[in-house]
Design a binder for this molecule. Structure first.
Ligand SMILES: Cc1cc2nc3c(=O)[nH]c(=O)nc-3n(C[C@H](O)[C@H](O)[C@H](O)COP(=O)(O)OP(=O)(O)OC[C@H]3O[C@@H](n4cnc5c(N)ncnc54)[C@H](O)[C@@H]3O)c2cc1C
Ligand code: FES
Length: 271
C-alpha cells in the first residue's frame, strides 16, 4: 500500500441490484483521480451510522473508471448486513479505503474461481484482466442455482463453468470437483480464488498439484482495517490480513498454518 487514506467519505447509494435472494450489489459514485483508483481484490470499510452502528469490511466488486463508480456486493448474514439490505437508493453510508493489496495479473490464461459471495472480488479482477487482453475463464460455485452470483452477466463475455451442490445448474458437486474436471482439457498460467476457506483449501491442493500459481483472498475478523489493532493477524506468520492481504499468493499462503483449519472471532477465540 503506497499511502493510507483514512478519511471517511459519506456516500449516497446510487443504485441497488438484487443479484440473488440473499445478495445485493450497492453502487456508489467514486472519485477516480490518480492515486484513488482501487485495485481489484482490495476492500473498503463500510460504516453505518443510522440504525445499526457498526463498521465492516466489504470487497470491491466493480471498478468503473469511465462512469466513476465502485460497488460492493453483500450477502445478508447477521445484523449489519440485514441493515444494509434494508437501505434504499439515496441512503448514505460512511466509507473509508480502499485497503489491502489486491490481485496481480500474471500470464495470458487466467482462471477465476469464486464460491458464493466470494465471487465479489474475483469477478472484479476477471473483468480487469480481460480489459488487458487476457483470456479469462470462470468457475462459479454455489449451493443452488438461484445463488450463483453474476452467472448470467458473465456468461455473455466469458467461458463460465458452474457448479452447484444440488446440481440445479451445471456440474453437481463442489468447485474443487469442477476444477479437476476442467484441468483435464484446459491449462492456465494463474488462478485467483475467493470463497469459503474450506473450498479455497481444496482448490489450493489441486492447483499446487497441477503447478498453477494461485492467489487467494482471505477473510479474517477485522476491526481497524489498517494494520493497527492486530485483530486479523494469522498464525504463525503474524501477517495482518488487512495490510499484507487480503490476497495471498500460493508462496505465502502455505506459510499461514491456520489456513483451511481455523479462524478467530472478534474476541480472538479460535473456531
Ligand atoms: C477483506 C474482507 C472482505 C469481505 N468482503 C465481503 C463481501 O464482498 N461481501 C460480503 O457479503 N461479505 C464480505 N465480507 C464479510 C463481511 O464483512 C461479514 O460477513 C459481515 O461483516 C457480517 O456482518 P453481519 O453483522 O451481517 O453478520 P454477523 O452475524 O456479525 O457475522 C457473520 C459472520 O461474518 C463474519 N464477520 C462478522 N463481522 C466481521 C468483521 N468485522 N470482519 C470480518 N468478518 C466479519 C464472521 O465470520 C461472522 O461469523 C468480507 C470480509 C473481509 C474480512
Ligand atoms: S483489522 Fe486491525 S490489524 Fe487488521
Amino acid at each position: 500500500m503506497d499511502k493510507l487514506d483514512n478519511g471517511y467519505r459519506v456516500l449516497k447509494i446510487k443504485e441497488i441490484i438484487e443479484e440473488t435472494p440473499t445478495i445485493k450489489t450497492f453502487i456508489f459514485d467514486w472519485d477516480m483521480k490518480e492515486g484513488k483508483i482501487p485495485v481489484p481484490g482490495q476492500f473498503i470499510m463500510i460504516w453505518s451510522f443510522n440504525g445499526v452502528l457498526d463498521e465492516k469490511p466489504m470487497s470491491i466488486s466493480k471498478i468503473d473508471t469511465v462512469k466513476g463508480e465502485i460497488a460492493v456486493t453483500v450477502k445478508q448474514l447477521g445484523e449489519f448486513t440485514k441493515h444494509l439490505h434494508s437501505l434504499v437508493v439515496g441512503d448514505e453510508l460512511g466509507i473509508r479505503g480502499p485497503y489491502g493489496n489486491g490481485f496481480k495479473v500474471h500470464g495470458e490464461n487466467i482462471l477465476v474461481i469464486g464460491g458464493g459471495v466470494g465471487m465479489a472480488p474475483v469477478k472484479c479482477f476477471g473483468e480487469y484482466a480481460k480489459s488487458l487482453g487476457k483470456n479469462v475463464d470462470f468457475i462459479i460455485a454455489s449451493i443452488t442455482k438461484d445463488e450463483l452470483l453474476f452467472f448470467d452477466e458473465l456468461c455473455s463475455s466469458f467461458d463460465v463453468y458452474s457448479s452447484t451442490d444440488d446440481g440445479t445448474c451445471g456440474f453437481k458437486g463442489f468447485a474443487s470437483h469442477r476444477l479437476i474436471d476442467l484441468l483435464k482439457s484446459s491449462s492456465y498460467d494463474m488462478a485467483v480464488v475467493c470463497g469459503p476457506e474450506i473450498m479455497m483449501k481444496g482448490i489450493y491442493d489441486i492447483l499446487e498439484e497441477s503447478g498453477i500459481p494461485g492467489q487467494y483472498s482471505m477473510e479474517r475478523y477485522m476491526k481497524c482495517g489498517i494494520g493497527i489493532c492486530g485483530q486479523c493477524c494469522t498464525d504463525d506468520t503474524g501477517w495482518r490480513v488487512c495490510v499484507e492481504g487480503p490476497v495471498f499468493s500460493s508462496t505465502y499462503i502455505k506459510e499461514i498454518s491456520e489456513f483451511g483449519k481455523y479462524h478467530r472471532d472478534s474476541a480472538g477465540v479460535k473456531h
